[in-house]
Design a protein around this ligand. Structure first.
Ligand code: NAI
Length: 349
């Protein structure tokens, strides 16, 4: 484990085993300078512990960047449980995991992710207070706020790159019509956007075509369709050496996590003159929604905070243009700058 490249960048990496429930998990706390590490709990049938470790370390660092760029008083962390969520997820497993989260005493706060549901989080809440995403405590499902943040981000990108004051008459490809993508398509449709859509699920496609009069495109060719904006809202890793040369858009701005296959893919997109909205900045609406839940939850404050994603993106776009850097490089630079400030403050208190 210690030989792992990301390992020493983390404050804490805890393995969690429980023979009785079969729990086999890793909790990674990347950075707590800005506050407790917050990140979801993913349940997936990883091939081995090394694959699980690689994923959790990458994701927890990503959460530090996401939270600090969203201006939240949280650091970054993530948990993975090695299990098939369909076949091996039991109440005993969830409870055993929650006990481990509780043992960390609030250093790590967790919530829903791939493989976990609101019901799982509610069960965890019976064991530890250090969970977020309980519908009774605030906004509930984070996806609508993720979609709103992406919508505002697309508006900012279109303003910056195409000089248009609004989206009416623009065209956007939405890849993936799930919890986020469908809502994003709805917002775009209302703003007068011409939609090109793709999904693996025929029912979702039919629903979106009927509701928004959208044009359907084959999933494997959707990145290569011609439009103003490409909004990846399905899986990560879609921007790579094969797909980037085939893009026929001015802007890439969508909800999917980890869109760049490698860090240099950000530069590859920029070198084609395409404006990329860094994923962990534009898709932060959900985490903002989760962070603001609790007593005194105020929807107006939440909406204002989510809309501020556009302002952060404008700063990134402006700096990238001024310094002739890729937006991915500038976002990383800004996240590091903010981390240095948070670390200095943390050591002074
Ligand atoms: P989801 O699972 O509800 O929807 C994903 C959709 O993509 C499904 O309809 C699926 O059929 C489709 N899909 C999968 N592979 C595809 C392909 N190759 N081509 C076209 N469509 C494909 O997921 P959700 O919640 O909408 O999230 C979408 C993305 O946004 C994910 O990458 C997620 O990590 C990210 N994200 C989601 C947040 C949220 O609040 N739900 C927050 C931040 C990021």
């Amino acid at each position: 484990f210690q030989t792992h490249r990301e390992f020493d960048a983390h404050e804490l990496v805890a393995t969690c085993f429980d023979a009785r429930s079969g729990l086999n998990a890793i909790i990674a706390v990347h950075d707590t300078s800005a506050g407790p590490a917050m990140g979801g709990c993913r349940i997936a049938p990883y091939q081995d512990m090394d694959a699980a470790l690689t994923d959790v370390l990458r994701l927890s660092r990503g959460m530090t960047y996401k939270n600090i760029m969203a201006g939240l008083p949280y650091g970054g962390g993530k948990a993975v449980i090695v299990a098939d969520p369909k076949a091996q997820k039991t109440p005993a497993l969830i409870t055993a995991f929650a006990r481990r989260v509780g043992q960390l005493g609030g250093t790590f706060v967790t919530g829903e992710d791939v493989g976990t549901t609101v019901e799982d989080i509610q069960l965890m809440r019976q064991v530890t207070p250090h969970v977020r995403g309980i519908p009774e405590n605030g906004p509930g499902d984070p996806s609508p706020m993720t979609a709103l943040g992406v919508f505002c981000g697309i508006e900012a990108a279109v303003r910056h790159r195409l000089g248009r004051g609004d989206l009416a008459g623009s065209s956007v490809i939405v890849q993936g019509l799930g919890a986020v993508g469908f809502r994003l398509a709805e917002l775009l449709h209302r703003a007068g956007v011409r939609l090109i859509i793709s999904d693996l699920d025929p029912q979702r496609l039919t629903a979106a075509r009927t509701a928004f009069g959208a044009t359907i495109i084959e999933p494997d060719r959707c990145h290569a369709a011609e439009a103003d904006v490409y909004a990846p809202c399905a899986m990560g890793g879609g921007m790579n050496a094969r797909t980037i040369p085939e893009l026929r858009v001015a802007i890439v701005a969508g909800a999917a996590n980890n869109q760049l296959s490698t860090p240099t893919d950000g530069e590859r997109i920029a070198s084609r003159g395409i404006l990329y909205a860094p994923d962990y900045v534009i898709n932060a609406g959900g985490v903002i929604s989760t962070a603001l839940e609790g007593p005194g939850f105020d929807r107006a404050i939440l909406l204002a905070r989510v809309k501020r994603i556009a302002t952060t993106l404008e700063e990134i776009f402006g700096r990238a243009a001024g310094q002739k850097l890729a937006t991915s490089q500038v976002a990383e630079e800004m996240a590091r700058e903010r981390l240095v400030i948070a670390r200095t403050r943390a050591t002074q208190t």
